[in-house]
Design a protein around this ligand. Structure first.
Ligand code: NCD
Length: 322
């Protein structure tokens, strides 16, 4: 089944067919993703995109902007400092304001879980892409992880990934694990007990406390940053040296991995905490291919939503309508 949704809010709830369709489309943009100045010969028409980036972002924001340019889309990016949100305007009023200018796609990064979904409810005739909502989901990041791994293996079916560290606060982990499980893979979660999700909460996962045991026979490993900014009051931050010794992808640990085990990290890295700087610089990881895949999956998502938009009723396409 191909992806025919109006919004991309998360990977949970998507079928293997829908995820596979987005990955197949992204495959078609793989070369374009690393080609400076590339422009599609068949621009996606009818979409006007605003990237509402209300939390810090390097990879996600820049890759959405590049994807939009390469697809020939009208687009602009704004952060919270440049918006009336700081004067007390609600996100929904910001959305309605932009809708009145004909904007019909919102790429939303927001510190609160569910903010993009609320926007999708409040602006039903627009399209919303979740670019990371608090500790919720980050579906295009999940897709890019799946794309890099599927390119390497041909299929995710039967593969096992180890996700290490601050899983509790990670929207990336939530999206990647959901996608991995939908495509027939399994996940081992490993990290400090208080940073693990509740037992049974995530599909296709088991928890293993000992990293070296978790890594034995793994097909891929993903290291996560300790997301300090998402810790609530009273939540215990691990100390850096102790964390690196127990859960870090150190040069020594990586040397003991099977050579075919893929190493991924969503970025930004805290070098010498969850992953050694030497490992990042060694060329042994997929981290730069992940960034390239990020442009490809964002192009794919926008192109798929462009098709849904073109097929939607004329009334829904008529801009703000008021
Ligand atoms: C992640 C995010 O913002 O959730 N980064 C990203 O989008 N590549 C992960 C993180 O912040 O650690």
């Amino acid at each position: 089944m191909s992806f025919r949704r109006s919004h991309l809010l998360g990977l949970s709830g998507l079928t293997a067919g829908e995820i596979g369709d987005l990955l197949d489309r992204a495959e078609g943009y793989w070369d374009a993703a690393a080609h400076a100045g590339w422009r599609t010969a068949t621009p996606v028409s009818g979409l006007s995109v605003v990237n509402l980036i209300l939390e810090p972002s390097t990879r996600t924001r820049c890759s959405f902007e590049i994807a939009e340019q390469r697809l020939g889309l009208e687009h602009l990016s704004v952060g919270s400092d440049g918006l009336s949100l700081i004067k007390g305007e609600t996100l929904s009023d910001t959305g309605r304001t932009l809708r009145s200018m004909g904007v019909n796609v919102f790429v939303v990064r927001h510190p609160e879980v569910g903010a993009p979904a609320r926007m999708a409810e409040e602006l039903p005739e627009a399209h919303v892409i979740n670019a990371g909502d608090g500790t919720g989901e980050h579906p295009t990041q999940g897709l890019l992880d799946l794309l890099v791994l599927r390119r390497q293996w041909g299929s995710i079916e039967g593969r096992r990934i180890v996700v290490i560290g601050d899983v509790l606060h990670s929207r990336v982990a939530r999206s990647t694990v959901h996608g991995f499980s939908a495509l027939g893979g399994s996940t081992t979660l490993c990290g400090p007990a208080h940073l693990m999700p509740e037992a049974g909460g995530w599909p296709g996962t088991t928890i293993e406390d000992d990293l070296d045991r978790a890594l034995a026979g793994a097909d891929a490993v993903m290291a996560l940053r300790i997301q300090r900014e998402r810790f609530g009051a009273g939540e215990l931050l691990p100390d850096r040296a102790g964390y690196r010794a127990r859960y870090g992808l150190t040069s020594d640990r990586v040397a003991r991995l099977a050579p075919e085990t893929a190493i991924i990290h969503p970025g930004p890295f805290n070098r010498d905490v969850e992953i050694d700087g030497d490992v990042v610089d060694s060329g042994r990881t997929e981290v730069w291919r992940q960034v390239r895949a990020g442009v490809a999956v964002r192009m794919a998502t926008l192109a798929a939503i462009g098709e849904v938009h073109a097929d939607s009723a004329p009334a829904a396409r008529a801009g703000a309508g008021e």
